[in-house]
Design a protein around this ligand. Structure first.
Ligand code: ADP
Length: 453
């Protein structure tokens, strides 16, 4: 900690008799004052000196005391007092009588300097005290030389004074502490009240949230029950309707069969009308049944490794028959390279067929195109057309059951195709989205995970 001890000590003294303790104490305080230690520190180092001096007088019969100023590694300087015992210390060790002594100074240690054991203590001088120059050292020495040591009685009086002021300080600190304690208790009471209030509010809010959740649970259970009974109703009704409608179609076919009795032209027209209305009805019933099945979770996807190329070939073939308008071209883009994904081939085929069919139904000129591409771990299927397009505010509505954009009904349909397609895509672990604006054609995008749902 300390640098090389300055060659010449600031002051040297001998400790031989009881009275020397007082002198060492007094001179120690004076040296501390001269080098710039603050009042409190002067008293601290003087007290430490007198304690150590008393110990050494008792255990070693006295000591030679010297004061020095050292430059510290931290750039600050330190007042150092060395007490060299006149006879060896027991076991060459020094243990202060009072443990508090070491707290009065920055360092208190026993060192051996050139074979001589020395009890050494030091205290750091405040940063604002000027670093002493050789001239300043000389001044220190003269200053100390001027003040003659006073009597033990004088030192005792000074010591008493210091004790009284230390007691005063302790008392005022105790009073301050009492005031602080009172303030702290007050603050604590405030914090506790606030905490209680907050806890109450929180509990109140919690009760509200719990009640809200209970209500929500109840509502969603009711909704689930309603949706289940709707699906059940749809499934039952459509199932029950299928047989009579099929019968009507069969009977119509029988009536117009060449083997049956000939009908008049008017009768023939009416039977055709009955047959086509029954076919529409059967279509609706079938779509209702499909949707009810998908909604009730009764469709279990049969996931296998699907090669898209044959599937696309099939779509090209079956839908060509529906592309009756010469102004509309159906393009199912060729897939370059292997195109494999794990999904249910039949359900995917149904979805794409439905979207392409819609494109062909609503597009009057231009083209309807199916394009597939792989992006990371997903396959994307885009069905785009150059048809009338769909205004953004209707993008959600067309996925609702039975919704048809006003004016679109003339091309036929039930309004069940898109909700069914979206159900199926969800079942396959994917999504069905629409990008379109009125007058700009539509693009329906199906995105599916390559590895299956
Ligand atoms: P459907 O086609 O049987 O009427 P969908 O559920 O498939 O029922 O479609 C719902 C409605 O969405 C259609 O009636 C139509 O108004 C609109 N729509 C669907 N596809 C297209 C499309 N490609 N272009 C323009 N409108 C479309």
């Amino acid at each position: 900690m300390t640098g090389e001890p300055a060659a010449l000590p600031l002051l040297q003294m001998a400790l031989r008799v009881e009275q020397d303790i007082f002198v060492i104490r007094q001179r120690g305080r004076e040296v501390a004052a001269v080098v710039g230690l603050e009042h409190q520190d002067q008293v601290r180092i003087a007290t430490a000196l007198s304690e150590v001096a008393r110990d050494l007088l008792r255990t070693a019969g006295g000591a030679d005391v010297s004061f020095h100023v050292d430059a510290g590694a931290d750039g600050r300087f330190h007042l150092r007092a060395d007490l060299a015992p006149v006879s060896p210390l027991p076991d060459d060790r020094y243990q202060p009588q009072s443990g508090a002594v070491s707290r009065l100074v920055d360092t208190l240690s026993v060192s051996t300097v050139e074979g001589v054991t020395v009890v050494r203590m030091s205290r750091r001088v405040p940063a604002n005290a000027p670093m002493p120059t050789p001239e300043r050292f000389a001044e220190f020495r003269t200053e100390l030389g001027r003040t003659a040591p006073s009597s033990a009685l004088d030192e005792l009086t000074v010591q008493n004074g210091q004790l009284i002021s230390a007691l005063d300080e302790v008392r005022s600190q105790r009073d301050e502490l009492a005031v602080l304690n009172e303030e702290l208790a007050e603050t604590n009471r405030g914090v506790l009240a606030l905490y209680n209030q907050l806890t109450e509010e929180l509990e109140e809010t919690n009760r509200g949230v719990v009640a809200l959740y209970a209500e929500l649970d109840e509502k969603s259970a009711q909704l689930r029950a309603a949706s289940e009974s709707k699906s059940r109703f749809l499934a039952n009704v459509s199932h029950e309707l299928r047989a009579p409608v099929t019968a009507i179609i069969g009977l119509g076919r029988l009536l117009t069969d060449s083997a049956s009795d000939p009908l008049t032209d008017e009768q023939g027209r009416q039977v055709d009308l009955i047959r086509s209305s029954a076919a529409d009805l059967l279509n609706l019933v079938n779509e209702l049944l499909d949707l009810a099945k998908a909604e009730s979770g009764r469709i279990e996807p049969d996931v296998t490794e699907v090669d898209l190329r044959p599937l696309f070939g099939q779509l090209r073939g079956t839908l060509r028959a529906l592309a009756t308008r010469p102004e509309v071209e159906l393009v199912v883009e060729e897939l370059t390279g292997p195109a494999l994904l794990r999904t249910d081939e039949v359900l995917l085929g149904q979805v794409l067929r439905n979207l392409l069919h819609n494109g062909l139904k609503f597009t009057e000129r231009g083209e309807v195109r199916l394009r597939a591409s792989q992006h990371g771990d997903r396959w994307q299927f885009e069905v785009s057309d150059t048809g009338p397009g769909i205004a953004p505010e209707l993008h959600d509505r067309i996925f609702e059951e039975f919704y048809q954009i006003p004016g679109a009904t003339r091309v036929g349909g039930t309004g069940l195709g898109l909700p069914y397609a979206r159900r199926l895509v969800t079942l396959l672990g994917g999504s069905l989205e629409l990008t379109s604006a009125a007058g700009e054609g539509s693009t329906f995008t199906v995105s599916l995970p390559t590895g299956g749902a």
